[in-house]
Design a protein around this ligand. Structure first.
Ligand code: ARG
Length: 578
């Protein structure tokens, strides 16, 4: 509806353009907002105020002109001028009702696929090999996966890119230690505790000179393509990614092994890229290293920012990889948009890499590269989230604890489940709660991890929304009638109708901004509005006439459908009984 109104206002401005001169770009600045107060209609625009200055007239006079030139439209029942010159639109309830009936019958809830699908690379998750997934990886994984689902739903061609940390000098040490472990335990060892593995490898590296020497020689061999080192390296990658895949599956995250495009993938491209940067005069030699000086970026001492693309010993860095990576994504996937979900500390690094890639002509104009940063996950004490002893919290342990807590909660509440059902409910509620806790906060800020809050059945939580869904399902189990044509009479029906019609707006906002919390907020508000409707407008009570009852059932059904679809886009399941 917002877009539709914007189009109407633009049409009116076009008509006005024949008699008046004003800057073309005003049309882009026009806002259509939901009104806060129903007395002001459903939507309002600031168009008249924007035009007042260039035209040198009073906003209210211009509002009148705009309204006079608006095309007739059956969706609007009334238009008013308010305050300093706002134009308020009242939506025609019959039109809304017809839209909602259509929405209920449509699998896609009337959310159109985009007319021009794009190739969009979403860079997310990206854990490191031979390490436990860290807290920032769960943020990236969960938020990125919601983005992927939304973009695909809208019809885009999405490329999931799991940029795992599978390259670097640490692999010499890791291979040497893997070899040592295999020799001691007989081969075919299984790694379950990467923390300990990494720690021990590092300890030997620091304390045992012969080991360190071997480790260093393995780095060189690995980079030179030595078969044995490659094989050992591959083992480490496979073991890590098998463990991570189990976590993805458990989290209902859509990543699979075919999405793994780690740093090593770009390694063969690096010499070429650096040579190219030198040839194009973008990179220069500085104290033996090859560096790109970025004039308009400063380091923390206020000096010109030098971005090293090759070290003086000839080695390459994480930095260089990200330049090659952009080039690859353009060349190979014809990426038109790339969105990176990594924590905010990587911002300067990524911006610099993309800037260099653009300078080198690797990125066609019009291709957008976006960093979707996020803050840290903090404990209740406001400090980085850690175990009681100060260690990193393993994701697996975190999920185990979530399931344990939900299981205890179910014990306390009672409820009849078959063992199968119970297992599913525990999984869906626990995983849903953990994911939603992360998704529902504006990702730009740090967020506090709080078990009580995320598992509560009240407030903006997954259990609350899942419960709202199950409750609606129980209405249908009790009702003898089927949902029918939607009619809007009561004020609460109108509120619910307007909110339901705004679903597509919420979904599109996520796609545009990479901010799933916008959809969470929408679903939470929808549930609140639904509860008020349900209290004020009886559905199953005696004495409600059949048409009204069937209309209200349809509103219930549609709310449930939107909740299910909305949570689904966030990667969260609903259940019929809870
Ligand atoms: N592996 C990195 C980390 O653990 C994240 C990689 C992000 N993606 C990228 N293209 N640099 O923080």
């Amino acid at each position: 509806m917002k877009e539709h109104l914007a189009a109407l206002v633009r049409a009116s401005l076009n008509a006005l353009h024949q008699d008046f001169t004003f800057p073309e770009d005003i049309a882009d600045k026009i806002r259509i907002d939901h009104t806060k107060d129903k007395a002001h209609g459903d939507f309002a625009t600031n168009a008249a105020m924007l035009l007042a200055k260039p035209l040198g007239q009073k906003p209210r006079d211009i509002a009148e002109l705009i309204i006079k030139n608006l095309p007739q439209d059956e969706r609007i029942s009334k238009i008013e001028i308010a305050g300093p010159g706002f134009i308020n639109f009242f939506v025609n309830a019959n039109y809304s009702a017809a839209q909602l009936t259509e929405m209920l019958a449509d699998d896609r809830l009337n959310i159109a696929k985009v007319k021009q699908p794009q190739n969009i690379v979403v860079d997310y998750s990206a854990p490191n090999v031979a390490k436990e997934m860290a807290v920032h990886h769960i943020r990236s994984t969960v938020i990125g996966d919601a983005m992927v689902r939304v973009l695909e739903f809208l019809g885009h061609n999405v490329i999931r890119a799991n940029h795992i940390g599978d390259w670097g000098t640490q692999f010499g040490m890791l291979i040497a230690y893997l070899e040592k472990c295999e020799n001691e335990s007989g081969s075919g060892m299984e790694l379950s505790d990467f923390e300990a593995f990494y720690r021990e490898a590092k300890r030997f590296y620091d304390e045992d000179e012969a080991f360190a020497q071997k480790a260093r020689s393995y780095v060189v061999k690995l980079q030179g393509g030595d078969e044995y080192c490659q094989k050992m390296w591959q083992k480490l990658v496979t073991m890590t990614m098998e463990q991570n895949q189990a976590i993805y599956d458990r989290l209902d995250v859509t990543l699979s092994q075919k999405d793994v495009m780690g740093e090593s993938l770009y390694n063969p491209m690096l010499p070429e890229v650096v040579d190219d940067l030198i040839k194009k005069g973008i990179a220069v030699e500085d104290q033996g290293a090859i560096v790109v000086f970025l004039d308009d970026m400063k380091n923390k001492d206020g000096e010109k920012f030098g971005y090293i693309v090759r070290k003086s010993d000839g080695g390459y860095l994480y930095n260089t990889t990200d330049i090659a990576c952009v080039k690859y994504r353009v060349d190979h996937f014809h990426a038109q948009r790339m969105v990176y979900f990594t924590d905010s500390r990587q911002h300067a690094h990524l911006e610099a890499a993309w800037k260099i890639a653009r300078m080198a002509g690797y990125v066609p104009e019009g291709v957008s590269i976006e960093h979707a940063p996020f803050g840290m996950m903090l404990g209740k004490d406001g400090k980085p989230f850690k175990t009681r002893t100060g260690g990193t919290v393993k994701l697996k342990d975190l999920l185990d604890e979530a399931e344990k807590r939900v299981s205890d909660m179910l014990d306390a509440r009672g409820g009849e489940y078959t063992p199968e059902e119970r297992k599913q409910v525990v999984h869906d509620v626990a995983i849903g709660a953990v994911k939603y806790a992360d998704l529902s906060k504006n990702r730009l800020t740090d967020y506090i991890f709080d078990w009580e809050q995320m598992l509560s059945f009240e407030g903006n939580t997954a259990p609350y929304l899942q419960y709202a869904y199950s409750r609606i399902q129980s209405i249908f189990r009790k009702s003898k009638l089927q949902p029918g044509l939607i009619l809007i009479n009561a004020e609460q029906e109108e509120d619910l109708a307007n909110k339901l019609l705004a679903f597509s707006e919420a979904v599109n906002a996520v796609a545009q901004k990479g901010m799933p919390h916008l959809l969470c907020t929408y679903l939470y508000e929808l549930s609140g509005i639904f509860m008020r409707f349900y209290e004020a407008c009886p559905v199953l009570k005696e004495g409600v006439d059949e048409d009204t009852c069937r209309s209200r059932l349809a509103l219930c059904a549609l709310t449930a459908k939107v909740l299910k679809q909305g949570l689904g886009l966030l990667g969260i399941n609903v259940m019929e009984k809870m």
